[in-house]
Each structure stands twice: as C-alpha cells, then as structure tokens.
Design a binder for this molecule. Structure first.
Ligand code: FRU
Length: 490
C-alpha cells in the first residue's frame, strides 16, 4: 500500500463523514480487533502521550493518524478511565492545524498545574524546503475537558549542538520546579537526552544535556521518561540504531532504561547498564505516570515504526499495552500488570498436572481472549511451557529452556506474519527454580509477565479466529504444572 505525501498529510477535517464511516466499517470487519486493549477506531495509533491522573480520572492520549495504517499527520487522541482498565474514547485532543504544529502534534506528556492539565508536546513543523523545525508547545485542558493550545511555542528553537530530531518532552515536578527531558540527536548523529527547567510551565531554560555513560549509543533517543520509584531514579528512553547483541536488541528499535540517580544541578546521571524494558516483538515508546496512591504505572505502544502489520489491509494498525506497575526491588526493575485488571476476570478454570515428555490439553482451556497464570515447579524437564492460539496449523509457543536457562517466545507459526525480517523468536536469560507465566491474551496480542514481573514479553500475533487451543508440554523429563485461567473482556 503506497501512500503519497499528499495523502499522508490529509487532515481528518478534510474528509467527509461518509469516507470515515466507510473506513470504520472496514476496520470493524477486521478479525483482529482487540477486545480489551486501547486501539484506534480507524487508522494508526502509536505512542502513548499525556498519561496522567487529573480531576478524578486517568487520562491517556495517543499519537493518531486517523485515515489509514500509515504514519501520516499526527493528532493526539484522548481516552479516559476511572480505574485504568475500562477506557472511554473522548475524541481528538490536539489537532495539528496551526503554525506551531502544522506537520503533526508529536509526542509529549501531561502534568497538573493550577487546577488544569498541562499537555506539553512537540509541534512538528516543516518549512517550504521541507526542513523540519520542532517546537515544544503547551495545550491546557480544564475540568470540563476543553483543551486549548497556547498560540506560541514555549521552546521555539533547537539549542546549538543538536539536529532537528528534538522531541517528546516528558515533564515532572521536583522542589517546586518543573523539569522536562527531551529526546535529541547531537549534530554528530548520536542520541541523547536534554534537560529543561521552568518555574511555571511557561518560561523554559535549557539546562543542558544529561551526562550518561552512554555517549555513543544509537543515533536518536526518542520518548525519554524520568521518574523515581522506591528511591531509585529511572531514565527510560527508546534509542534508535542499536545493533542486535546476543538475545538483545532484535526489534527495529529498542526501549529500555538505566537505573541510577539524576542530579538536576550537574545534569549527571550515574547509572547501571542499559536494559530492555520488554523482551517481546512489539513494544516501543512507553510512558509512565504516578497514580494517586503513589504507584508508578507504565503503558507502551504495542507496535514499532517501519514494520508492516497484517491489520494494515483492514485500515488500522496497533494498540497500547495494558498498564503495568513498575517497582524497583533488589536493584532490579519489576513490571506487573496493574491489580485493577483482576476486576476484568470472568469465568475461572483451574487445572493441575505433572507433565512428562508429553503435550497435554485441559478440559475447557481454550479461547481468544483471556488471562492465564501457569506455575511450573519440580523442574526436571529440559524444556516446558505452553502453546496458545493453537489449531492444526498455528500455535504460539511460550517456554522455558531449563538447559540454557532462557525464556523463549516463538511466533514462527502464530498466524499472519509481521516483522519476520527481524526474526520470529525472542529469548532472554532467566535463572529460576520455578517459572510463572502470567499471560494476557487478546484477539491479536499476548503479554507475558514472567516470575512476577522479572521479565515481560509483549507481542502482537495474528492467528485465525479458530486457533483457540491451549496446550501444556514438557520435553526431556517432567515438570509439575498448575494453571488458572479466567475469561476476560466479555
Ligand atoms: C516515536 C515517535 C516520537 C514522535 C512520534 C511521532 O514513535 O517517532 O519520537 O514524537 O513518534 O508520531
């Protein structure tokens, strides 16, 4: 599907109701529509933006091109929720129709200030020579949900030393000052994060670059995030241009973090090594917020740029991940599905078995949309795990290779292919005596939380509707398995 520049820059306001209706009908007929994930009504969704709690509700915006499954001119779309799990579509939030964002309302964040929700975002603009000029803008949402843009950018220029790849402000407040990290590319084409400060969200001062131990790590760092959790500073970002290394970095672009401490005075971040946030095939540009009870919650884009997906044929692409709670325990970042998700549980089923060189099915264990926890112990097998979305021709394999001590997600036979150029198997090291897979399956995705959040694998899969089987297996010995499954999402 080739889109011309003119088509990609067509605004929703230039289309007719009938055209949109037709596209929506095409999208709704798609067999891979999700049942409990945030997804676009039409067109393409990418980064989560402005994730915040304001006026008694969670607000979660996302990057949106309404008219098709391509990265066309970006809008901010608004969803909101009282409980982090039932999200309501609230319409377009920011339209890229002004000089300050003429070529897209790019990613940014939200923070409460003076009783309003301030949304700081990058206005992508291009001049008559198609040269990009990023602006950092503010839009303010009031208690009625009305959003108004400020007419002028708060950061108008890219500071010396950086290219026009300069975007995605993430704001936080510390000691009565606002700070923003912005993803940047140095003029020598290496990626980094810069820091700004402001007393009032209006006047912003360029503090300088954040000094890390990663001076030459990819050509651009997108979507930075900084927060403190359990007393630890976490700098998360999505670097582009990192080569695969062992089991790491196999997706086109990465998302990861370093743990340490940011000194905003010296702009130095002393930290541990970079680690990927997610081991799956489809995770990028995550953003976090602090819930009213102090929990740090993160949501990511369940997709990647420049990769074709089977839903493209149906006029839409991508969804957001489920919200996950982030903690730092024993110097390690842990990610668990938010506890509110248990409210979505429907019919419960349970099964126990000792598996020995066999593949087993359990009565009534099947489906296309469910939550499942399977715990494996008394491990003697060389490998064991589960197959989901199984039919005669399809299966998605999740297993633990006890010899190599690796968790493996294999989507080689998951159904319609996506991103096969980047491989069809993902692995990561896990040294464990017991293995727990906590998985959320939706029509076209799987999210796996391993051993209470030590590792996460997030992936789209595109099986047929009748690939509903679930099987458990052990090879080269035995393992004891306890599985509990709930229907979810209706
Ligand atoms: C990351 C990203 C951001 C940018 C946005 C545009 O996926 O490229 O850097 O702001 O998407 O949609």
């Amino acid at each position: 599907m080739q889109w011309t520049t003119a088509e990609r820059y067509t605004r929703i306001e230039e289309t007719t109701k009938e055209e949109l209706q037709q596209l929506a009908e095409q999208v709704n007929a798609c067999p891979w529509r999700q049942t409990y994930h945030i997804q676009p009504e039409t067109g393409l969704l990418n980064d989560p933006n402005g994730f915040s709690f304001y006026n008694g509700e969670y607000h979660l915006f996302y990057q949106w091109f309404p008219l098709g499954p391509v990265h066309g001119i970006k809008y901010w779309y608004h969803t909101k929720s009282k409980n982090l799990i039932n999200w309501e579509n609230a319409g377009v939030a920011i339209r890229p129709n002004d000089d300050i964002d003429s070529h897209g309302a790019y990613s940014g964040s939200g923070i409460e200030h003076n009783g309003n929700l301030y949304l700081m975002y990058t206005g992508n603009t291009r001049d008559e020579n198609w040269v990009r000029h990023p602006k950092q803008n503010i839009a303010v949402m009031n208690k009625e949900g009305i959003i108004e843009k400020w007419p002028l950018p708060v950061i108008d220029q890219v500071p010396d030393g950086y290219t026009d790849h300069f975007r995605d402000p993430k704001v936080w407040k510390e000691n009565n000052m606002f700070y923003a990290v912005i993803g940047a590319q140095r003029t020598d084409k290496t990626g980094c994060v810069v820091l700004y400060s402001s007393p009032d969200m209006r006047d912003w001062t360029f503090e300088g670059e954040i000094q890390t131990d990663l001076p030459d790590f990819g050509y651009m760092w997108e979507c930075p995030d900084y927060f403190i959790v359990n007393g630890q500073g976490v700098l998360a970002f999505s670097p582009q241009g990192i080569a695969p290394d062992g089991d790491n970095y196999h997706n086109i672009y990465q998302s990861g973090y370093v743990l340490g401490k940011l000194d905003v005075k010296t702009k130095t971040f002393t930290h541990s090594f970079f680690q990927e946030l997610d081991r799956g095939f489809d995770f990028y540009a995550p953003q976090s917020m602090e819930a009213p009870d102090g929990r740090r919650i993160m949501v990511g884009w369940m997709g990647l740029p420049e990769v074709d997906y089977p839903t493209d044929q149906h006029g839409w692409a991508h969804c957001l991940t489920l919200p996950r709670e982030i903690t730092v325990e024993n110097g390690k970042l842990m990610q668990r599905p938010v506890r509110e998700l248990t409210e979505k549980r429907g019919t419960r089923m349970e099964a126990k078995a000792v598996l020995k060189n066999e593949t087993k099915t359990f009565e009534s264990f099947s489906g296309t949309s469910y939550e499942l926890i399977s715990e494996f112990n008394q491990i003697d097998a060389e490998s064991f795990g589960m197959e989901i979305r199984v039919s005669e021709t399809e299966k998605t394999i999740l297993m633990y290779d006890a010899v190599q001590k690796k968790v493996v997600l294999d989507r080689t036979n998951s159904g319609a292919p996506s991103g096969t150029k980047y491989g069809t198997v993902r692995k990561c090291f896990l040294d464990a005596e017991q293995v727990k897979f906590h998985i959320f399956v939706d029509t076209s995705s799987i999210e796996v939380f391993v051993n209470d959040g030590e590792e996460v694998f997030t992936s789209r899969i595109f099986p047929r509707e009748n690939s509903t089987g679930i099987r458990f297996f052990a090879n080269g010995g035995s393992v004891s398995c306890h599985a509990v499954k709930w229907t979810i999402g209706g």
